[in-house]
Design a protein around this ligand. Structure first.
Ligand code: C2O
Length: 552
C-alpha cells in the first residue's frame, strides 16, 4: 500500500446557513470537513493540529484499527484529548476493509461540525462486485444548529433536561430549499442519461436516524457500513447516525422533462421533541442540448417532483429494511459468522434518570435528570484514557473490570415500566481474552418509552444474527438466528420495543468503546467499553503507544 498524508488544522471558521452566521470549529476551515480517500492496504498519517480553545480528538468511524488502537480516537477511551496548541498524528493501516466510512470528532458534541467522508477504494485492479459506476458521489447527512452545540449539551447536562434540537438537517452541509432563507444552499446532483452512479451515504447527524428517498427513482443497496451486501431495490433507505450505505442509482434513459427532489427526514420513536424538518437536494438531468431533435427546455421551468417518505415513526418500514440487508456470503466475500459462542452477554439499553443535583428544579422526568445506561450502568468517562491505564497495567482507580454481563433486576422490558428509573453510575468494562467469540443481545428497556438506539462498536465489525420485538427469549429466539448470511456492520439499531443479537470475534487487542450513536444518549451514559487482552503471537498484541500520544 501507499502512505497517504493529511493535515487537519482545527480552526474556527464563520459559516452561514438559514441566514444565520456561526463561528464554528472546523477542519481546515471547511464544513463539512475534507474528504479522505485511500485504498485498502494503505497507511494513513493524519496530523491533527488543535488551534481552537476546545480539547479535540478524531475518530475514524468503522476502521478496525488492528493493533493500532492508539489511533482510534474516542476521548478518554483510547487517548487523552489533543489540547489547545498541541498536535497528534493518527497513524494506521487499513487492513481488509474497503467501502464508505467517515471520520468525526469524538469528544463532547464537537462532531456536529467536525466530520467528513472516509472513502476506502478496493486495492488497485480489484473490481467492485457490481459493474463499475460512471461516477461516485459521497452524500453526507448532518445536523445544523443555529446555536453553539457545546453550549446546548452543557446546559442540558446541568439542568438534566433534553437538549435543544437542531434547526435543520443538511446534505453535504446544505439544508436545501424547504427551509427559510436556504434556497441557494441546496445540494445538486447533476446526472447524465442512462448511467449508473454510486451514491455513498453517510449519516453524521448528531441525534436522528433518517429516511431518504429520491422522487421517481429506485435505489439498489449494495453496501452497508463498508461491507458489501446482496443487492436489493428500494425507494427509500433508512440510515442511523454512525451508519453508511452505498446505493446504485440508474438514471433514466430518456430526458424526463422534470427535476427530482431528494429528501431526508427523521425516523423517530422516542419520547420528547426532535427536529422533524426535511432536508432536500435536487437531482437534475443534464439537458440533452447537443441533441438537436430533443426538447429545448430551460431547467428553471421544469416541474420539481417530490418523493414520498415513510411516516416519522414507521417502525414497520425500519424492520423490513433491516431484514433485507444480507451479507454477500460467497466465495470471494465470505461471511465469517462465529458459529460457536464462548461468551453470552445480555445488555439492556435505554434511558433512565439520575437524582437532581442542580439547585434549581431539574428538567428531566418528574424533576430528575435524564440519564441513559447499559445494564443500568451509566458510564462515566475517566479523567485519563482507559487504553493507557490498561496498557500500563494501572487500571486501579480508573476503571473496574466488572461490567455486569446481564441485568441485575430483570423485568418485563416492554410491559409496564418499573417505578424506579434510577441508573447507577460507574466506569466499568468487560474484559475479554483474545479471540473470544462473543454473542451480545441488546434489549431496548422502554423504561421512558420504547426507542430505537443505533449502537456502535469500535474496533470490530459484527454480524447481526437476529432481531425481534418484545422481550428476548433465550429458549426460543436463537433457533431463528441467521448464521449463514447476516449483515456485517459496525452500527445497528436496537429495535424500538425489541432486541437485536450480534456476534463478533474479539481478535483485536485494545480498549473498544461501544455506545449509542445518538449523541445525546452517549452524553447521558449509554456507553461502555470492552477490554480485549493480547494474544500469544506477536501480531496479536497491542503495540506500544506512539511518542506523541496526548497527555491528560
Ligand atoms: Cu462514530 Cu464512537 O463513534
Amino acid at each position: 500500500g501507499t502512505t497517504r498524508h493529511y493535515h487537519f488544522d482545527i480552526r474556527y471558521q464563520t459559516v452561514t446557513r438559514l441566514c444565520h452566521n456561526k463561528s464554528m470549529v472546523t477542519v481546515n476551515g471547511k464544513f463539512p470537513g475534507p474528504r479522505i480517500v485511500a485504498r485498502e492496504g494503505d497507511r494513513l498519517l493524519i496530523t491533527v493540529v488543535n488551534n481552537v480553545q476546545n480539547n479535540i480528538s478524531i475518530h475514524w468511524h468503522g476502521i478496525r484499527q488492528l493493533q493500532s488502537g492508539w489511533a482510534d480516537g474516542p476521548a478518554y477511551v483510547t487517548q487523552c484529548p489533543i489540547q489547545t496548541g498541541q498536535s497528534y498524528v493518527y497513524n494506521y493501516t487499513i487492513k481488509g476493509q474497503r467501502g464508505t466510512l467517515f471520520w468525526h470528532a469524538h469528544i463532547s458534541w464537537l462532531r456536529s461540525t467536525l466530520y467528513g467522508p472516509l472513502i476506502i477504494l478496493p486495492k488497485k485492479n480489484v473490481p467492485y462486485p457490481f459493474a463499475k459506476p460512471h461516477k461516485e458521489v459521497p452524500i453526507i447527512f448532518g445536523e445544523w444548529f443555529n446555536a453553539d452545540t457545546e453550549a446546548i449539551i452543557s446546559q442540558a447536562l446541568q439542568t438534566g433536561g433534553g437538549p435543544n434540537v437542531s434547526e435543520a438537517y443538511t446534505i453535504n452541509g446544505l439544508p436545501g430549499p424547504l427551509y427559510n432563507c436556504s434556497k441557494k444552499d441546496t445540494f445538486k446532483l447533476k446526472v447524465k442519461l442512462g448511467k449508473t452512479y454510486l451514491l455513498r451515504f453517510i449519516n453524521a447527524a448528531l441525534n436522528d436516524e433518517l429516511f431518504f428517498s429520491i422522487a421517481n427513482h429506485t435505489l439498489t443497496v449494495v453496501e452497508a457500513d463498508a461491507v458489501y451486501v446482496k443487492p436489493f431495490k428500494t425507494n427509500t433507505i433508512l440510515i442511523a447516525p454512525g451508519q453508511t450505505t452505498n446505493v446504485l442509482l440508474k438514471t433514466k434513459s430518456h430526458y424526463p422533462n422534470a427535476a427530482f427532489l431528494m429528501a431526508a427526514r427523521p425516523y423517530a420513536t422516542g419520547l420528547g421533541t426532535f427536529d422533524n424538518t426535511t432536508v432536500a437536494g435536487i437531482l437534475e438531468y443534464e439537458s440533452p442540448s447537443n441533441n438537436h431533435h430533443g426538447p429545448v427546455v430551460s431547467l428553471k421551468k421544469l416541474p420539481l417532483l417530490k418523493p414520498t417518505l415513510p411516516a416519522l415513526n414507521d417502525t414497520s418500514f425500519a424492520t423490513k429494511f433491516s431484514n433485507k440487508l444480507r451479507s454477500l456470503a460467497n466465495a470471494k466475500f465470505p461471511a465469517n459468522v462465529p458459529q460457536k459462542v464462548d461468551k453470552h452477554f445480555f445488555f439492556t439499553v435505554g434511558l433512565g434518570t439520575n437524582p437532581c443535583t442542580s439547585n434549581q428544579t431539574c428538567q428531566g422526568p418528574n424533576g430528575t435528570m435524564f440519564a441513559a445506561s447499559v445494564n443500568n450502568v451509566s458510564f462515566i468517562l475517566p479523567t485519563t484514557a482507559l487504553l493507557q491505564s490498561h496498557f500500563s497495567g494501572q487500571s486501579k482507580g480508573v476503571y473496574a473490570p466488572y461490567f455486569p454481563t446481564s441485568p441485575l433486576h430483570p423485568f418485563n422490558y416492554t410491559g409496564t415500566p418499573p417505578n424506579n428509573t434510577m441508573v447507577s453510575n460507574g466506569t466499568k468494562v468487560v474484559v475479554l481474552p483474545f479471540n473470544t467469540s462473543v454473542q451480545l443481545v441488546m434489549q431496548d428497556t422502554s423504561i421512558l418509552g420504547a426507542e430505537s438506539h443505533p449502537l456502535h462498536l469500535h474496533g470490530f465489525n459484527f454480524f447481526v444474527v437476529g432481531q425481534g420485538f418484545g422481550n428476548y427469549d433465550p429458549s426460543k429466539d436463537p433457533s431463528n438466528f441467521n448464521l449463514v448470511d447476516p449483515v456485517e456492520r459496525n452500527t445497528v439499531g436496537v429495535p424500538s420495543g425489541g432486541w437485536v443479537a450480534i456476534r463478533f470475534l474479539a481478535d483485536n487487542p485494545g480498549v473498544w468503546f461501544m455506545h449509542c450513536h445518538l449523541e445525546v444518549h452517549t452524553s447521558w451514559g449509554l456507553r461502555m467499553a470492552w477490554v480485549v487482552l493480547d494474544g500469544k503471537l506477536p501480531n496479536q498484541k497491542l503495540l506500544p503507544p506512539p511518542t506523541d500520544l496526548p497527555k491528560c
